[in-house]
Design a binder for this molecule. Structure first.
Ligand code: AMP
Length: 396
């Protein structure tokens, strides 16, 4: 069902509640990376331009007890946003009450206000995280309409997303809309050939994604630590490589069901220790010495994966091909990243987490059609699960 987006709402002169994802990394009350604030700008700027009264809020970290509040105020975010917008963002250090209500009533068209970390409401009975109906209703009462732009929490039903959306008209912000358009539509209705590349440490983290994409994609390319559980399922010797022994049968079953759709590495870069130094070499996938562990896909596999990607029209990538944090085991991830980035005329999507970090770190960010902003939310979306935060947004 198509969801309303912010441009479908009548916002001029209206009090517009905006759930953003300002869960930025902080050290000593200073923001160490403001990417998430920057990503939220298009929706905020649009609302200002349209003459809305903009009321921003977000969670920041986890807050279980009073002491956790220390260093978790959104005030630094309001200050940074003031700089980025070159416009005062009034900060109200409350999550409810008269002071907040009066500040909202005093807003003029195009003004912006931010209220305090929504998780401060978790101290007394997890009201935010457990989607307390009264809290959602109260927050909804502060505005006329609701814009949800926090994709990163869309896989959770909280008062600040689902709670509010259950009470007033709501729409997706531009960031959320981009996630729906790229991940949602690409997985449900992709241009073909559709190739999925899945890596990362464990099969167990990605079972749902592999199962869903096996049905939807034309090929599922596997790399990273999870490849070794598949090797084991094929009866290969994997030395001391990462193994999930309890997932070998599942891997066997997936290989059978895949009927050739799953593509595994043909060589692997090994070392005796989990280290960037030592006797590092590439060996064929079926010749891993008993006392070595595979830490990256090998050069022949990179070439194979480049060929497998040729002509792809939709590519979804989630999870590194090796221990890319160590330079000697980053080549597989870099090679695959490059191969995807160089595809012409393809929709290329990175499904969050480590692969997003790797692509940005390697300077490829601009080359992808979309880099998802959510970790857990992206994975659940790729699994084909309904995301409650998204489902709660009003239909067109
Ligand atoms: P994930 O969070 O599941 O995407 O996994 C990412 C992590 O998997 C990264 O920290 C990688 O270092 C790790 N990883 C990738 N390949 C391997 C491997 N062959 N052995 C051990 N860890 C790996």
């Amino acid at each position: 069902m198509a969801k309303k987006i912010v441009t479908d709402l009548d916002v001029a002169g209206k009090k517009v509640l905006v759930r953003a994802d300002f869960n930025v990394p902080m050290k000593d009350e200073k923001i160490t990376n403001d990417d998430r604030i920057i990503q939220a700008l298009p929706t905020i700027k649009y609302l200002i331009k349209e003459g809305a009264k903009v009321i921003l809020f977000s969670h920041l970290g986890r807050v279980k007890e009073e002491a956790d509040k220390e260093g978790k105020s959104l005030k630094p975010v309001a200050d940074r946003l003031t700089e980025l917008l070159a416009k005062e963002v009034a900060f109200v250090p409350e999550t409810r009450g008269e002071k907040l209500e009066n500040a909202i009533d005093a807003l003029g068209n195009g003004d912006v206000l931010m209220f305090e970390n929504t998780r401060f409401e978790d101290i007394d009975g997890k009201k935010e995280s457990k989607n307390d109906p009264e809290l959602g209703k109260y927050w909804a009462s502060l505005g006329d309409v609701f814009v949800n732009d926090a994709f990163g929490t869309a896989h959770r039903a909280h008062a600040s997303n689902v709670g509010i959306a259950s009470n007033i008209e709501s729409a997706a912000g531009f960031l959320m809309e981009k996630e729906i358009r790229f991940i949602g539509e690409s997985v449900d209705n992709p241009d073909r050939p559709f190739v999925a590349i899945l890596g990362g440490a464990k099969v167990s983290d990605k079972i749902g994604v592999i199962e869903n994409l096996l049905e939807k994609a034309d090929k599922v390319i596997i790399g990273g630590g999870m490849a070794f559980t598949f090797f084991k399922a094929q009866g290969k010797e994997i030395g001391t490589s990462l193994l999930e022994a309890d997932k070998v049968d599942l891997a066997k079953d997936l290989l059978e069901r895949a009927a050739g759709k799953i593509i595994l590495p043909i060589d692997t870069k090994v070392n005796k220790e989990f280290s960037n130094e030592g006797d590092i070499k590439a060996v064929p996938a079926d010749q891993i010495p008993a006392d070595y562990m595979g830490l990256d896909i090998g050069p022949e596999t990179v070439k194979l994966y480049e060929r497998e990607l040729e002509g792809a029209k939709t590519v979804v990538w989630n999870g590194p091909m090796g221990v890319f944090e160590m330079t000697n085991f980053a080549k597989g991830t870099i090679g695959v990243c490059e191969a995807i980035a160089n595809l012409n005329d393809a929709t290329t999507i990175i499904g969050g987490g480590d692969s997003a970090a790797a692509a940005m770190q390697l300077g490829f960010a601009e080359k992808f059609s979309h880099i998802s902003t959510g970790g857990g939310a992206s994975l659940e979306y790729l699994e084909g699960k309904e995301l409650p935060g998204l489902a709660a947004i009003s239909n067109k």
